[in-house]
Design a protein around this ligand. Structure first.
Ligand code: SF4
Ligand code: SF4
Ligand code: SF4
Length: 286
């Protein structure tokens, strides 16, 4: 398959997923959002292939910015829903079904079985802002492995808060939350996430510090990502150990060690951003 045909694959997948969900559930928004996301990813990959040198990295940044309004503004607003992890858990515990649940199923649970943490690389609305912050990232990691464990506390809080709201406080989810307070919680939650994420990015001079230290969703996605079919792979070309892939990786993955061993990149921190692949001077990564 030639490279132009390959770049259209996300657009085709987006159209098929959107059409299938529309056929199954009947909400017209699926016909807009999924093809839009697929087309944005196709455009991003196309730009990565066409632009030269470091400019290649713009492809993914353009894509993630294009997806931001579709996911953050359009879907929650049109449905008056909270797509944050805590909101989705609250709804599920109360026995209701929501489009936020579909979002989690497609983007964060079943999707990663195919494309790993591609959502984090290409579609997350928090990262869409972080990736454009005017920060020159250090080539060496500034976030320690110990700090990354704080994410477990975030995940614990994201689960325990809705559990306590229902089983301890007796919160009336149907009467007080669904379609009423949901959107306010979504916007308030996002505001807090953005604020913390921007502060951490500047403090650690690392746009993705929030992803590594605080984001509870990263842990959810790391589980199915272990089984992802689509990983960065070594090609037949011998790596010259220039280190550029490691320097360019926004998630501090030791890409070079995988490629020199001729192994697929199995680290679940990988967000499939393609930076290592498009910058490798000898095309040793695919
Ligand atoms: S780790 Fe969290 S904040 Fe970072 S890109 Fe993934 S979902 Fe978004
Ligand atoms: S390993 Fe490559 S594709 Fe994965 S996050 Fe790092 S640079 Fe991006
Ligand atoms: S960028 Fe390519 S050649 Fe350089 S270390 Fe990475 S895989 Fe090897």
């Amino acid at each position: 398959m030639n490279s132009l045909a390959k770049t259209t694959i996300p657009a085709v997948i987006g159209t098929v997923v959107g059409g299938s969900l529309y056929a199954a559930i009947g909400w017209w928004g699926f016909l807009l959002v999924f093809p839009w996301i697929g087309a944005a990813v196709s455009l991003g990959i196309h730009l990565q292939q066409r632009l030269k040198d470091e400019k290649k990295l713009l492809g993914r940044k353009v894509c993630i910015l294009l997806i931001l309004p579709a996911l953050l503004m359009f879907v929650p607003l049109a449905n008056r829903e909270n797509f944050q992890l805590e909101g989705v858990i609250l709804i599920i515990l109360a026995g209701y079904f929501s489009k936020g649940f579909i979002h989690y199923a497609v983007a964060k649970i079943f999707g990663p079985l195919l494309w790993g943490r591609g959502f984090c690389g290409w579609a997350c609305w928090t990262a869409a802002v972080l990736d454009w912050l005017p920060i020159t990232r250090h080539k060496r990691p500034t976030v320690s492995e110990k700090l990354k464990n704080i994410r477990y506390l975030s995940l614990f809080l994201s689960i325990i808060i809705p559990v306590a709201a229902i089983y301890v406080v007796g919160y009336d989810v149907k009467g007080s939350y669904i379609g009423k307070a949901e959107l306010t919680w979504m916007m308030a939650g996002n505001l807090v996430y953005y604020l913390l994420a921007i502060l951490l990015a500047f403090y650690f001079t690392d746009q993705r510090a929030f992803c590594k230290i605080l984001c509870p969703v990263s842990l959810v996605m790391k589980v199915p990502s272990q089984f992802a079919c689509n990983r960065k792979q070594p090609t037949k070309v011998q790596c010259i150990e220039c280190g550029l892939c490691n320097d360019s990786c926004p998630m501090d993955v030791d890409v070079m060690s995988y490629i020199t061993r001729k192994s697929p990149v199995a680290d679940t921190e990988c967000i499939s951003c393609n930076s290592c692949k498009v910058l490798c001077p000898v095309s040793a990564i695919r």
